[in-house]
Design a protein around this ligand. Structure first.
Ligand SMILES: C[S@@+](CC[C@H](N)C(=O)[O-])C[C@H]1O[C@@H](n2cnc3c(N)ncnc32)[C@H](O)[C@@H]1O
Length: 279
């Protein structure tokens, strides 16, 4: 299997910081609020859920607390250990937490889950194998079941590359993104492997591209969102985060605007929810 070798290693070393990033930065707190608000609209009591690229399990815990039976899957054993620990701290029953790669879900039967979730990056990290991974996810959703999937945003992330340029990290824009590919492609881009700004090659796409791809797999799109619609990770926002009322107002605004079609390609993430046809 063609896996970039540093993805697993990165998340093994990143360890607990993956949990902390939703607490110690305002943009992280917004990201969590927007994703959680969107995701929980598609979780039902008693659902059997497969949470892929689950990381330390924040969304798995939310779904379990909403009465879903969640199976966790991640390529990093360290992240799975943290997830087991966080689930125990939340006083929830132990659940299956499996070391796996989203490109190979052959251990699961066709139509095994009511809901398959893959948010927070795993799809983008598999680079040109994104189509294989999405097909695998689609296969294990039962007819009438749902898929909630996120990719890093093609256009929304351009300001992050620009920030790298400002910091003198980028010698040329093409070091990360081949401009010709950006101009020619129909809504997705596989970034160049040799970027000093982002530590690994990525699959990035537009909202329209992800919607169309998921529909081509026999699904009907039932919702989509951008995260964060107004802010990008790394923005300091010091004055807002120093004022609890200002922070609460911004989070509320971001959540409220996240599903606006006009903002679908802003922010770092495009998120799509879809229902499998044929029930
Ligand atoms: C940024 S974290 C997101 C965690 C969680 N879903 C969230 O949004 O908070 C990305 C996770 O994807 C996992 N991952 C990356 N590539 C993967 C792959 N090919 N298969 C399974 N998991 C993968 C990483 O180990 C990491 O835990």
């Amino acid at each position: 299997m063609n896996r970039p070798p540093d993805v697993r290693q990165h998340f093994e070393e990143y360890a607990e910081q993956e949990w902390d990033r939703f607490e110690n930065r305002l943009t992280g707190r917004i990201e969590y609020a927007v994703h959680r608000n969107f995701l929980m609209k598609h979780v039902r009591l008693g659902d059997s859920v497969l949470d892929l690229g689950c990381g330390p399990g924040r969304y798995a815990i939310d779904m379990m607390q909403a009465g879903a039976n969640v199976t966790l899957g991640d390529v990093s054993a360290v992240q799975l250990d943290i997830a087991r620990q966080k689930i125990a701290e939340a006083v929830l029953d132990a659940t299956a937490a499996l070391e796996l790669d989203i490109r190979d879900l052959s251990r699961f039967d066709e139509g095994e889950f009511d809901l398959v979730v893959c948010i927070g990056g795993a799809l983008s990290y598999v680079h040109e194998d994104y189509a294989t991974a999405l097909r695998e996810m689609a296969r294990v959703v039962k007819p009438g079941g749902r898929l909630v999937v996120a990719s890093m945003s093609l256009y929304g992330l351009l300001p992050v590359f620009a920030a790298g340029d400002k910091a003198g990290q980028l010698r040329t824009f093409d070091q990360h993104i081949d401009r010709r590919k950006l101009l020619d492609n129909p809504g997705y881009l596989i970034t160049e492997p040799d970027s000093p700004v982002i530590y690994m090659p990525l699959f990035l796409c537009t909202n329209r591209y992800l919607r169309d791809f998921v529909e081509s797999l026999g699904f009907r799109v039932v919702g989509s969102a951008a995260a964060n619609p107004l802010t990008t990770d790394g923005q300091k926002l010091e004055r807002i985060s120093a004022d609890p009322e200002a922070e609460a107002t911004l989070i509320d605004l971001e959540v409220s605007l996240s599903e606006r079609p006009e903002l679908a390609d802003s922010g770092e993430w495009v998120i799509v929810a879809a229902e499998k046809l044929g029930a």
